[in-house]
Design a binder for this molecule. Structure first.
Ligand code: NAP
Length: 250
């Protein structure tokens, strides 16, 4: 008999740790799911499907067809749609659902930073003449591209997203996380960065840029995440995911 099937919705760095831990225990059969929006996504350490489900209805169909026993939602804190869809689909099919997400970063003692609610506000908060490292991701670039009075260094996974948004190719760095603190310090020094623009997604994987900015006296402008979804269980650690599964599925 097949062990209970767990759908792991991936997207946040923590999804990889969840996949590693769950597959190490042969009690569950884990299928990871990635949206497939970035070119050559890093494979997960579990069986993986790639691409959307076709909204909440498509996901509900998938959960029914596969007789899925639980959904673990480890998508990124700034990916709002998939979480809404997953909560709706899990409720429609009575599949247990767990959200896993990390706390947003807190301001390091010696840091200069402000937090804002939107990319529009973040773009407006950058002073004229600043040398800014923009790390907010492909879908967010337009309000920043309108600021011609700022020296941008745009770091994205796929350079075409930045050039399509209107940034000249010579200000784009195409690279993929994780970045360690040495690499972050190096980038900030090389480009004489005065401001870091980032989403406050929390988590250890992306934290080195926050620490590098604090060390170098670079001002951070952070976009706040949405509040965690209400009415569902939310946990912060891989241990808590395992505990929740043990309680639900044994
Ligand atoms: P989104 O707005 O929440 O999702 C858009 C659509 O992409 C969803 O409706 C769904 O399509 C599909 N999708 C998203 N995550 C999926 C998954 N894990 N498996 C299968 N389909 C998925 O998300 P987004 O902001 O475009 O981000 C896309 C992916 O990149 C997410 O998985 C997210 O976790 C990850 N990511 C996002 C950010 C960010 O800042 N937004 C940063 C890092 C990583 P259907 O409706 O067709 O099912």
């Amino acid at each position: 008999m097949r062990p209970p099937l767990i759908l792991l919705l991936a997207g946040a760095a923590m999804a990889r740790s969840v996949a590693e831990r769950l597959t190490a225990q042969s009690k569950w059969y884990v299928i990871g799911s990635i949206a497939g929006v970035t070119p050559s996504p890093r494979p997960l350490p579990c069986k993986t499907r790639i691409g959307g489900f076709g909204g909440a209805e498509g996901l509900a169909r998938w959960l029914r067809d596969t007789r899925c026993s639980a959904v673990i939602d480890a998508t990124h804190r700034f990916a709002a749609q998939i979480t809404t869809n997953a909560i709706t689909a899990a409720s429609a099919t009575q599949t247990p659902y767990l959200r896993v997400e990390t706390d947003a970063w807190r301001k390091p003692a010696n840091a200069t930073w402000i937090e804002v609610d939107s990319h529009q506000e973040a773009a407006s908060a950058v002073p004229t003449g600043a040398r800014a490292l923009l790390t907010t991701g492909a879908k967010t670039l337009r309000p920043y591209a309108e600021r011609n009075d700022v020296w941008w260094t745009v770091r994205v996974i796929d350079a075409t997203a930045a050039t399509t948004a209107g940034f000249p190719s010579d200000c784009v760095i195409a690279s993929r996380p994780p970045f360690d603190i040495h690499a972050e310090i190096d980038v900030m020094r090389t480009h004489r960065i005065t401001h870091l623009i980032a989403k406050n997604a929390g988590g250890e994987a992306a934290r080195p840029k926050i620490d590098a900015a604090a060390q170098l006296g670079v001002s951070a402008v952070l976009v706040r995440p949405h509040a965690p979804p209400s009415g569902v269980e939310v946990v912060r650690t891989v241990d808590a995911v395992v505990e929740w599964l043990e309680d639900r599925l044994g």
